[in-house]
Design a protein around this ligand. Structure first.
Ligand code: ZN
Length: 314
């Protein structure tokens, strides 16, 4: 079944485009020639302070999310706002930050250079956002890794003409994509190429299948401005101390309780053996806490990666 096309355009190098997606609509970002990275920002259309959060998405889906990954918003909202429903290549990055004018100036000696930050800022301006509102990007078709010493690296772009990703909106969103400006990095194989973006209606049942995923279940801990102590967005730039401020942190005072744990001689011997390894702690109490919670995480922790593990067993 073909998706119904609503809108399409081609983004030329040096440009980007912001589009409104209604809940249930799909944005496709497609290679025109191949080998081109697309940087991507995503905002709640009705409250721009809620936007895509690379860190929560990394936590849930790893460093290189592909088909099936959700795009999460930042705490305190902490919820899926879109789903990556199609990815013909499976080579994406949410580790690197967007390229910026400073990077080309400082690292390459190129003070005048197309860059993702400035392109995003200009595209977002159509909706009243400022350059400060550009957030960490989802970098589609960007091929990255981490070397044995822990440093990230950029590898050749593997995208071919016609490769595409499809992002299904789970709420009304502003989606902003741009042609990454990096032609002096391997990001897009040292050449800038156009990208096609298109909006489609989702297929019957597609939205429901995403909304019925366990990760999409609503939790009372996912908060919105209705529960904020300060509900108004600050409209000036200067920070000044509120002299009437009285701290009201959640969940305090933190309760601490000593627990007696009954262990057999064999279990104590096992703990002492683990202390000798030097890896889990230096006292019986430290090692016991480590062992207990490692077991608990393995058995009871929830998350997309854990759901996958359950599905793999089934
Ligand atoms: Zn870039």
């Amino acid at each position: 079944m073909e998706r119904e096309l609503v809108f399409e355009t081609v983004m030329e190098p040096g440009t980007g485009k912001g589009v409104e997606l209604r809940r249930g609509q799909v944005l496709r970002i497609e290679q025109v020639e191949g080998g081109q990275c697309a940087d991507f920002n995503l905002f709640n259309l009705h409250d721009y302070k809620e936007h895509f959060h690379t860190a929560r998405t990394r936590h849930m889906h790893g460093l290189m999310p592909s088909t099936g990954a959700l795009l999460w918003s930042a705490p305190p909202r902490d919820r899926p706002i879109a789903a990556l429903v199609t990815d013909t290549l499976g080579s994406n990055d949410i580790l690197y930050g967007r390229c910026s004018a400073f990077l080309y100036d400082y690292q390459y000696g190129l003070p005048v250079h197309t860059n993702c930050h400035d392109i995003q800022a200009e595209a977002q301006r159509e909706f009243g956002l400022t350059p400060d509102d550009v957030h960490d990007s989802f970098n589609f078709f960007m091929n990255t890794g981490i070397d044995p010493s822990g440093n990230p690296f950029i590898a050749p772009n593997l995208a071919r003409r016609g490769d595409y990703v499809e992002i299904l909106a789970l709420i009304d969103v502003l989606a902003v994509a741009n042609v990454c400006g990096a032609d002096v990095m391997a990001t897009s194989n040292f050449e800038l190429k156009p990208l096609r973006i298109a909006i489609y209606e989702s297929l019957p049942g597609e939205l429901e299948s995403q909304e019925s995923r366990p990760e999409a279940a609503a939790h009372v801990t996912q908060r919105d401005p209705s529960t904020f102590r300060v509900k108004q967005i600050k409209a000036d730039r200067e920070l000044t101390r509120d002299k009437s401020y009285v701290p009201a942190f959640t969940n305090v005072p933190i309760q601490r309780q000593e627990l007696d744990v009954q262990l057999s001689d064999a279990e104590i011997a096992r703990l002492d053996h683990l202390i000798e390894t030097g890896q889990l702690g230096s006292t019986r109490a430290e090692v016991l806490r480590y062992v207990f919670f490692s077991w608990w995480i393995e058995k009871f922790m929830q998350g997309p990666k854990h759901f996958d593990r359950e599905a793999a067993k089934a």
